[in-house]
Design a protein around this ligand. Structure first.
Ligand SMILES: [Zn+2]
Length: 460
């Protein structure tokens, strides 16, 4: 009580002194969020901060004592809470997951929206579908969402895929992308350049290539083709994301100037030659470590059960195939110890070499690899592998915003869209506290998470 009286006194005094709002009342829709710990998203923290949200944007932000709200501002007391920017996922495969089925038949604007709502529910403000979404439908969805046609959800971004004929996505995803003609099949440098020019003409900023041969079972993208992709894309200020999982492939594509690496080398230790290339090129890197790991479903984590249909979690819990080959609660698969050892060896080396880590999860790639939960799982894996929680949060906020050119997201800063999470506990103390979500705000509006839970329960 005493505190609020004091505050009222001081805010009036400061407001009058500043002059900014002393002559007229500020806009009625301004809200002051005060008293919370602010994780800015650039590695800095304000322990007792405040920020103003007006018309969906962040206004003044800083230590509580330094922020002057408009006179008319409503106030939200966030004492004891932590605020961080909403996350940005740079790598999912949206549209195919239907919870009781998976495939191209599920790919509708409604289902894309459902996946974006699930991402938003878990605090992800922007979500990027990579290489598996059909171009014209996706451009239409982006336009419709920007025009306000859909209810609040994670902002949708996408990029077309490019692969050799019959190459590219794994056997499961390939069934979906083939049916929707989502991947541009190119055999020659000339075809690759033409495809990039078509994308650039449509205003597309990113492209995904697959260079993998999936242990000899797929055609491989040849160096002349990916060199042409990279060269032509860079001429059009486009960004190239490359799926590459072996050391020779990663060396080749990073050396060739690819902007974003997807996946990590899991079968062998990185060598000095590669680390030198990484230090020189400093690519962005979406690790997607958590792909296939259902441990949180298996452990009956209530955080997962909020959005996952009970039938789906029950099916995963009943499956005992070896992980991580399938969504399963079976024992770790035969390759798991090697994979873990390689992660522990290679991840810190990649970070030390200066790669720019970004959040990506591969959610939606197969049935049961569900949206939103995986983002928090990925952050926790990074911290397990040696990142600080602060570094993990930057890699989930500012860095992907920078990579994807989302200028109004990524940090809590004046002028940015008011997309943020309010947490009940401090993730800088324990990264698992990103799951302690009190509320999610998108463009300054609180997301009705209870209504989403209700709708998902009804649909089940
Ligand atoms: Zn992927």
């Amino acid at each position: 009580m005493r505190r609020s009286t004091l505050l009222a006194c001081c805010v009036v005094a400061v407001s009058a002194a500043s002059g900014a709002y002393s002559q007229s009342r500020g806009p009625v829709n301004a809200v002051l969020y005060e008293g919370g710990r602010l994780i800015i998203g650039d590695g800095t923290v304000i322990d007792s901060g405040a920020f103003v949200v007006e018309n969906g944007r962040i206004g003044a932000v800083g230590p509580r004592s330094a922020v002057t709200p408009p006179d008319s501002a409503a106030r939200v007391d966030l004492t004891g809470k932590t605020v961080m920017p909403s996350m940005i996922n740079a790598h999912v495969h949206i549209g195919y997951e239907g919870y009781t089925s998976w495939g191209a038949q599920n790919y509708t604007p409604q289902n894309v929206l459902d996946h974006l709502q699930r991402e938003a529910f878990y605090g992800v403000g922007a979500t990027t579908s990579v290489g598996s979404s059909p171009t014209d439908q996706s451009l239409q969805f982006e336009r419709d969402q920007r025009a306000g046609k859909f209810p609040p959800a994670s902002r949708f971004f996408f990029m077309p895929g490019m692969a050799p004929p019959n190459g590219g996505p794994d056997a499961v995803l390939l069934k979906g992308t083939t049916a929707l003609h989502a991947v541009n099949e190119v055999s020659t440098a000339q075809e690759a350049r033409a495809a990039i020019r078509t994308m650039a003409g449509k205003g597309i900023r990113n492209v995904k290539i697959w260079v993998d041969d999936r242990r000899g079972s797929y055609p491989k993208m040849t160096p002349d083709v990916y060199n042409a992709v990279i060269d032509e894309a860079h001429k059009h200020q486009m960004v190239v994301h490359a799926h590459a999982t072996t050391l020779p492939d990663q060396k080749a594509v990073v050396g060739a100037g690819v902007d974003v690496l997807v996946h990590m080398v899991q079968g062998e230790k990185l060598d000095d030659e590669y680390l030198a290339i990484l230090r020189e090129k400093k690519p962005y890197w979406a690790t997607v470590i958590g792909l296939g790991d259902r441990s949180e479903v298996c452990d009956n984590d209530p955080f997962v059960d909020q959005s996952l249909p009970p039938k789906v979690s029950a099916a995963i819990r009943a499956t005992v195939e070896a992980r991580p080959l399938a969504p399963s609660c079976g024992p770790p698969g035969p390759n798991a110890p090697t994979r873990e050892a390689m992660l522990a060896n290679n991840f810190p080396k990649m970070i030390a070499a200066g790669v720019r880590l970004v959040l990506g999860t591969d959610a939606g790639i197969h049935a049961g690899h569900t949206f939103g939960i995986a983002d928090h799982h990925e952050l926790a894996r990074w911290v397990q592998l040696g990142l600080t929680p602060s570094q993990a949060i930057v890699a989930a906020t500012r860095t992907p915003a920078e990579l994807l050119g989302i200028k109004d997201m990524g940090t809590l800063a004046t002028g940015k869209s008011a997309d943020f999470l309010v947490l009940n506990a401090n993730p800088l103390e324990n990264i698992r506290n990103t799951r302690q979500i009190a509320s999610v705000y998108l463009r300054g509006t609180r997301l009705d998470r209870d209504a989403l839970i209700l709708a998902w329960k009804k649909a089940d």
